[in-house]
Design a protein around this ligand. Sequence first.
Ligand code: UT7
Length: 333
Amino acid sequence: MHSAMIGLGTCLPSRLVTNAELAEGLDTSDEWIVSRTGIRSRYWVEPGTATSDLAVEAGLRALKSAGLAPEDIDVVALATTTPDHPCPATAPDVASRLGLGPVAAYDIAAVCSGFLYALAMGHAQIVAGQARTVLVIGADAYSTILNPDDRATRVIFGDGAGAVVLTASDVPGRPGTVLGAHLGSDGAHKDLIRIPAGGSRQPVTADTASADRYFVMEGTKVFRQAVRHMSESATTLLGRIGWQTGEIDHLVGHQANARILGALAGHLDIPVERAVVDIDRVGNTSAASIPLALAHAAGQGRFTRGDRVLMTAFGGGLTWASAAITWPDITPL
Ligand code: UT7
């Protein structure tokens, strides 16, 4: 059994936040943000909007894009770093609000690699015969965990959600087929990306410093690790599935930094024009970044049915993941 992607839906919050707006309250500038990251704007949720709200909307659109009814889905795999609550998981709520019935629903915590981890799990469940059709969602509302005073993170992250529908397929050459996935981690560097307080290691008490409740990242150290691990993971996957780098039509890397995307293409020896860049308009949307980039590039008419698409991501944990698909005959919504 194989799995194939048959639908794609996305959701961005309505509030557009420009670099100029951020520079009004922080010691930063449009020039610094654009030159160091490639980001020109991002979307943030309004107070009261949660990750599940974005996930439900993206999920609805993915179902519509796939031409499926809610009862056709039998698993929801939701990747997020910003669950609605520390407990319970957000996926069951999303499944319930989508009217999917008593399906299996679970969250995946792999930070910016989360979407590809979830895709790999959905693919594996289908290939193993445990599921027929899986809704894979990456959704994050990072604006809710950013320190208002930390210019190093506040200018980088945006909110959003993207969802794909994977279904069982017995035709290996069908456009949309997931060729394979590669996953990895290195917990020795867990402190490079984290929220210090709020877990069992450092529960929140009345004495918790407010800065410890927010997301922190050692950006420059992460940068080096990101290029190395995404390149190695992608190369391992390509070796497994027998694709040469020259045969890759589109490189869809996690949208963390435009400079990382350029370096990644260079390391993989893929022409930089084949790298999809979406970070300029949405920033780093963590688990939503890959599906948002796929939908954006498809919307621009860059993808043709059957094109070879290599996706690779990197995030806190540290974690990394890659997956390869051929582009399906779908209209992302
Ligand atoms: O999504 C999960 C994975 N995450 C990533 O892959 C992120 C990877 N890292 C990066 O993208 C980059 O490291 C950043 C964009 C986060 C930072 O770029 P950088 O070139 O590594 O800059 P830096 O952190 O070394 O900072 C350079 C300078 C520092 O000043 P000093 O110490 O040289 O005086 C920072 O304080 O830039 C300063 N800086 C800023 N200046 C203006 C940091 N943030 C800002 C800012 N505006 N927003």
